[in-house]
Design a protein around this ligand. Sequence first.
Ligand code: GDP
Length: 297
Amino acid sequence: WRERLLGGFKKTSDRLVGNLAGLGAGRLDDATLDEIEEALIASDLGPATAARIRARLADEQVERGMEELGIRLVVAEEIEKVLAKVAKPLITDKARPQVMLVIGVNGSGKTTTIAKLAAILKDQGLKVMVAAGDTFRAAAIGQLRTWAERIGVPIVAGAEGGDAAGLAHEALKRAEAEGIDLLIVDTAGRLQNKRELMDELAKIRRVLGRIDPEAPHDVLLVLDATTGQNALNQIAVFKEVAGVTGMVMTKLDGTARGGVLVAAAEQYGLPIHAIGVGEKVDDLRGFDPNEVARIIA
Ligand code: GDP
């Protein structure tokens, strides 16, 4: 899988290395440091990380003849520091059943990520159940059903246009009755109407909380890395409407915008549980900050 991960960040790395190419030959004067900082921002790493790297480079300079490599080493070290603070595996023994609400805009990879998580955790011996709480899109319900059948986990689903909170309620009742360890609830991601989205998520939380005051135990935000800076705005909105406990960033394969992972970590400090590096069910990875940092820079 290491190769997949390498492949996953290849375009991101090519872009960053390309942006830095030719900079830093000779002494790192202010103008060059400015250019480096801009190159890092253009690589989606975010202004705070870029500024910190600039400051470190100004402080340390780099060995003659080692300029480009030396710069990349500092970049990799700083990326690792930022990612190390947020890289946290998902804890799956918070309660029985543990309830995980999965949120994010349509198309971000919610359904696929639920399937990937369900498959991994089932393999680890947990009894997993999924609930098709994205009741607005018949396609989403059908897609989750197909995944559930393929992976072999039970699904609770209703008709298109049904009440998502009612469905979540039914699912948790069933999960309790059937001795499920982890219930993963899909939700609708209609960011077009923030008020409605907020109301719906609040209602789901309310009905779950009536059965188990601690539920949902996890609110997992799924973000599409290919949307770059947009993904950062989505964190702000979903934090406000739903209270995010952790994130999964998807589609890091095939995008040059993977630097946004670093910006997200820096700006929000929310736990990042895993990354998506493909469409297949085994394309979800926990991530190793050291490895990712070395691959990116
Ligand atoms: P949802 O609308 O948020 O439920 O999104 P879906 O799970 O339906 O995913 C939308 C599209 O993105 C589908 O075509 C998925 O196969 C694709 N997708 C999801 N995760 C990844 C990923 O990590 N890498 C790639 N390349 N595609 C992904």
